[in-house]
Structures are given as C-alpha cells and as structure tokens.
Design a protein around this ligand. Structure first.
Ligand SMILES: Nc1ncnc2c1ncn2[C@@H]1O[C@H](COP(=O)(O)OP(=O)(O)OP(=O)(O)O)[C@@H](O)[C@H]1O
Ligand SMILES: [Mg+2]
Length: 336
C-alpha cells in the first residue's frame, strides 16, 4: 500500500493498533506523502494545522471554536477579496462528513511578479534582516528577493496578530503561518458573509461613539506597546455585531525604533479621525454620551473579550475627541 494511502487510513481507522502504525511509519515516505490534496475532491486539502513549525501556530490556549483535528479537511469556499499585495480566501476547516468545523480567512501574499509592494521601502527602513546579501536581493527586487519580501510580510503580519491578540486588542485570532499564507479567524457570519469594513457602515450617533471608544482603546494599547498600525483607515477595520476588529497588520511600525515612527502614528490617527468626524463625531457628542455598555463580545468565543466592563484606557471621561487623537497617542507612546 502506498504511504499516501496509509496516511489517509491513520486518520480514519481507529481500529488499527498503535504498534502497527509505528511499524509503517518507519519506512521511507513516498514522494507524494506530504501531498496536501492527495485523495481529496478538487479544491480541498488536508488541514495544514500539523505543518507549521511550533512557533508558527497561534497563541495557546487555542480558542474552542478552532478545529485542530488532523483528520480535518480545508475546503476553499471562494475569494473574499483580492488586494494589491495579497488575496484573502474563505476556507472551511472541518472533519468530514459532519464533524466540527470552523471558517477561516486565508490571506495569501502574492508570489514574485504578481504584485506591487507599494508599502515596501518606507516600512523596511525599520526592519532589516541580518544578512546584507538578503538585504541586497530585496533592494534589487530579484525574484528571490521578492519571494523573501512576501515571506517577511506574512511573518510580520502573523507576529503582529499574535502580539496584539495577546495584548487583548480585538484582531482576528492568528491560526497559523505557512510560508506566504497567514491563516486567521474569519470575522463574519456562519454563512460566510464577511463583516463589513467600517467605511461601509453608517452608524447612528450612539453606535458611532461606541465604535470610537473601542478604536481609542485599541490604539491606546498599541501606542503603549510602542506600535502604530501603519496603514490604518476605515478600510482596515471590520465591524462585526458592534465589535470593531483591526485587520491588515503586516506593516505595524515600531514607533520608537523607526526614524519616522511619530509620523506613522500621526497619520493613522488623522485617517481614522477624519472618517469619524465626517460621520458626525464631535467632542460634544462624546461628552453627551456616557460610557454605558461594555464593549460587545463575541458569543461563544471565550477569547472574544466579551463584556469587559472594567475601566480601561480609552474608555471613560478621558476619551480624546477626533482632533486630539494624534497628540493623545503620541503621549501614550511617550513621543510627546
Ligand atoms: N479575518 C478576516 N475576516 C473577514 N474578512 C477579512 C479578514 N481579513 C481580511 N478580510 C477581508 O479582505 C479584505 C482585504 O484584507 P486586508 O486588508 O488584510 O488585505 P490587503 O491585501 O491589504 O487588502 P487592501 O490592499 O485592500 O488593503 C478586507 O478589507 C476584508 O474585507
Ligand atoms: Mg487592507
């Protein structure tokens, strides 16, 4: 029996004694042993949960909704969005035929030659790799250099998601990093409808204030860590059931180390402040709206930060008005 077939069997045949399985594993694997689509219908692949190195999986404890069974299959359900540098796919990871399943968003950075890294040079000032040969390859834009850049962006985004998730900032849970693919929690409905971007929403005044308070709290945490999003706008914030989730984080900027750190922080603040101001947020509206409800959490998600009612920075009387956000964050980052 070819090993690829026996791999399939391990996953489904509970009757097989452990001893027999060990015996088989000792033989050399067939060439297609790691073929992720072996034996599956077109468009499916075995769950890749077992492939990333230990550090390239999301922080523990793993959320309860995440399917970690190796017998799971990843089914690509379609493209959520194609972007300039990456495409985001909707993936269902589930144990066939009717075991547990969850929806994931797979953000795949494009391979060499298929994208324009408009953000590269400015952000790279703050992120040098050790080998100068690698730096030269990336600067020259050779195929190898571009591939390395794609890997780096994916790695940078995964690391930022992990750090911010750990710090309690509402970001998609980072499931795994595999080469140029960042697999993350899908923010949206169970039927696969993605949460709208903030830019696509028309919140009423009370909702506007609630969203602003959440945003200030997230940005305060980032600034406290010495970080700026680096490309923040109403397009990189999703609104899911009243909860504001920050996405698209490969270019997170270390505002202390980066020579133009303060500039990035200021620009992020100005971008989002402009959107909220245009929607009618003013200092008066903020003052007139008492911080009533705790932030919405995510039902059934233990990591969702549900119902956090304790006083936290960015929530309460001292929430800055849109025009004061830049200075407020510079102070939080100790840059002003
Ligand atoms: N975790 C997620 N859950 C649901 N939808 C997502 C998720 N991540 C990304 N998306 C959708 O895909 C879009 C693109 O994602 P993202 O902004 O991370 O990639 P991008 O390549 O930088 O795109 P752009 O160039 O448009 O900024 C988002 O605007 C959002 O609509
Ligand atoms: Mg984006």
């Amino acid at each position: 029996m070819p090993d690829s077939a026996s791999r399939r069997k391990y996953r489904f045949d509970d009757e097989e004694p452990v001893f027999a399985r060990r015996q088989q594993r000792r033989s050399l694997p067939a060439e297609d042993f790691y073929d992720p689509i072996d034996g599956l219908p077109e468009g499916d692949r075995w769950s890749t949960w077992d492939l990333p190195a230990a550090g390239d999986r999301g922080p523990e404890p793993y959320p309860r909704w995440l399917v970690t069974e190796l017998a799971a299959v990843d089914t690509e359900l379609g493209v959520l969005k194609t972007g300039k540098e990456a495409d985001v796919y909707l993936v269902r990871r589930g144990v066939p035929p009717s075991g547990p399943s969850c929806l994931l968003a797979a953000k795949r950075y494009r391979d060499a030659g298929h994208r324009m890294f408009h953000r590269d040079s400015a952000y790279r000032e703050g992120r040098r790799v050790r080998q100068s040969r690698d730096n030269r390859a990336m600067a020259k834009g050779t195929a190898v250099g571009r591939q390395m850049i794609a890997d780096q962006w994916a790695r940078a985004e995964f690391a930022a998601l992990c750090q911010l998730h750990q710090a309690g900032v509402p970001v998609p849970y980072p499931v795994q990093l595999l080469g140029t693919e960042v697999m993350q929690e899908f923010i949206g409905e169970a039927d696969g409808t993605a949460a709208p971007r903030l830019a696509e929403t028309r919140p009423d005044p009370a909702e506007l204030v609630r969203l602003w308070r959440q945003l200030v709290r997230s940005l305060t945490t980032l600034a406290g860590l010495g970080l700026a999003h680096g490309d923040l706008s109403a397009y990189n914030l999703l609104v899911h059931r009243g909860r504001l989730v920050m996405i698209d984080l490969p270019q997170v900027v270390d505002v202390i180390a980066h020579p133009r750190g303060a500039e990035f922080l200021d620009r992020d603040a100005a971008n989002v402040a402009r959107w909220f101001t245009a929607r009618g947020l003013t200092a008066d509206l903020l003052n007139a709206t008492p911080p009533g409800h705790p932030d919405p959490g995510e039902p059934g998600r233990p990591d969702g930060g549900a119902g956090r009612a304790d006083p936290v920075p960015g929530q309460g009387a001292e929430v800055p008005a849109p025009e004061d956000l830049g200075y407020y964050l510079l102070r939080e980052a100790r840059l002003a």
